[in-house]
Design a protein around this ligand. Structure first.
Ligand code: PLP
Length: 424
């Protein structure tokens, strides 16, 4: 199907065929959900051994009684777990509570209100504060900025990461830009892994940007590969060390999609100066994180090898779901002008770009036919996709037959919305 050169008569014929197919789908009264990216119950069960793993032994390797207060930056072995996940030294890691999003919000708030370096470095002294947001991206990053009144400036995502020419031009020309969101591996939602060149250029942004610039490097999917020999993300901490910009990047990760989402452990990795600033802030929020949960996790995932073996089990469950999505898209849209998508080999999402002005209508048609999709626009700041093109598909929770069924509906809705859009 090529819409660009199709005659009106041809479009009308397609519309009528697709409308018939759509009516048949409506009659099935489906109830399927491809919305939030969370682990399935089967995936969660992979970590059920966490329950009872301590068998009464609450003592950490350094003798700490994990049941008591204290340990603001985390147990040494939990720092090592974070280091294994983020590919950094344990000395650069701080271990938080159950959510990396909370840590991101706290670090953003600390940088804005109190300064990560000192009081004078707080962004609030600088008038308007702006953040670069590669789009499409993660909606909850945007709500963090929105909550703090930080203005979001979008740059396009490409197949190698954010458009770095655009990013560099922005940070050079606008001193109110104080940072940038990045999901560098299996980006939410496009699934792209930043290329070595992109990582290198991001590591050098600290040389171009105004003072107190911070990249928020949300490595939520660092070990979430679906294939052997998965692409390797270049090490940003090493790159910043080479360029003398170590303070310009703060990294985040968690075990949310490794063990039990919502009751995992979250991590920050940063320079000594940034860690000091973050700790000063956290010290006013808490007497210490949940070290009992930290030690449960370190006993469950005691080494890099254990982590890799565990993630292979996740991949076995996720792979057929991703294959179902990608093969449905290929079958329906290869060689057409109806949409574009990446083929992720990890993470939680497939991102589909419709023709201009067709995403909302596709999501509406799918919802009416019993297939819930993330609202169109959610992958853009303020919920506004200027071209109304992007739809995020999250296949982890439904069963494989359900994903197959949902994708049949999805492709029909894309086609119907596209043909109707071309007619009008
Ligand atoms: N960062 C990204 C990119 C995500 O996709 C998600 C969850 O979907 C999170 C962070 C949430 O992480 P956490 O559960 O550690 O707060």
């Amino acid at each position: 199907m090529q819409l660009d050169n199709a005659s009106l008569e041809q479009l009308r014929e397609w519309e009528s065929q697709l409308a018939t197919q759509y009516q048949a789908i409506l009659a099935q009264k489906l109830n399927l959900d491809l919305t939030r990216g969370k682990p399935s119950a089967e995936q969660l069960s992979l970590s059920d051994a966490l329950d009872g793993i301590l068998a009464g032994n609450y003592t950490a390797a350094d003798g700490t009684d994990t049941r008591n207060y204290g340990g603001l930056d985390g147990l040494p072995e939990a720092k090592q777990l974070g280091a294994n996940i983020m590919d950094v030294d344990a000395g650069n890691v701080l271990v938080g509570g159950n959510s990396s999003l909370t840590l991101m919000f706290q670090v953003m708030l600390a940088a804005y209100q109190f300064g990560l370096k000192d009081a004078a470095s707080a962004w609030k002294h600088e008038g308007e504060v702006k953040f670069i947001c590669p789009v499409p991206g993660y909606d909850r990053h945007y709500t963090v900025c929105e909550q703090l009144g930080i203005k979001m400036i979008t740059v396009p995502m490409t197949s190698t990461g954010p458009d770095m020419d655009a990013v560099e031009a922005l940070v050079k020309s606008d001193t109110s830009i104080k940072g940038m969101w990045c999901v560098p591996k299996y980006s939410n939602p496009t699934g792209v892994v930043y290329s070595d060149e992109t990582v290198e250029r991001i590591a050098k942004l600290g040389l171009l940007a105004s003072a107190n610039f911070r990249v928020f490097w949300d490595n939520a999917y660092s070990v979430h590969d679906l294939i052997d020999n998965a692409p390797k993300l270049a090490n940003i901490l090493e790159a910043t060390r080479r360029h003398g910009t170590e303070d310009s990047v703060v990294q985040f990760a968690s075990t949310s999609k490794i063990t039990h989402a919502g009751s995992g452990v979250a991590f920050v990795a940063a320079s000594a100066a940034n860690l000091a600033g973050i700790k000063k802030f956290l010290n006013t929020c808490t007497i210490g994180p949940d070290k009992v949960n930290q030690i449960r996790h370190t006993r469950f995932l005691p080494s890099k090898e254990a982590l890799t073996a565990h993630m292979t089990k996740h991949a076995a469950l996720l792979n057929p779901r991703f294959e179902a999505v990608l093969s449905a898209l290929s079958k329906a849209f290869d060689g057409t002008d109806l949409g574009a998508w990446e083929k992720p080999v990890g993470g939680y999402f497939v991102s589909f770009d419709t023709r201009r002005g067709c995403a909302k209508e596709t999501v509406r048609l799918a919802a009416e036919a019993g297939v819930k999709l993330t609202p169109a626009g959610a992958t853009y700041p303020y919920g506004k996709d200027p071209e109304d093109r992007n739809i995020r598909i999250a296949p982890s929770v439904p069963t494989v037959p359900e994903v197959i069924g949902a994708m049949e509906v999805f492709v029909t809705c894309v086609k119907l919305a596209s043909v109707r859009n071309a007619i009008t």
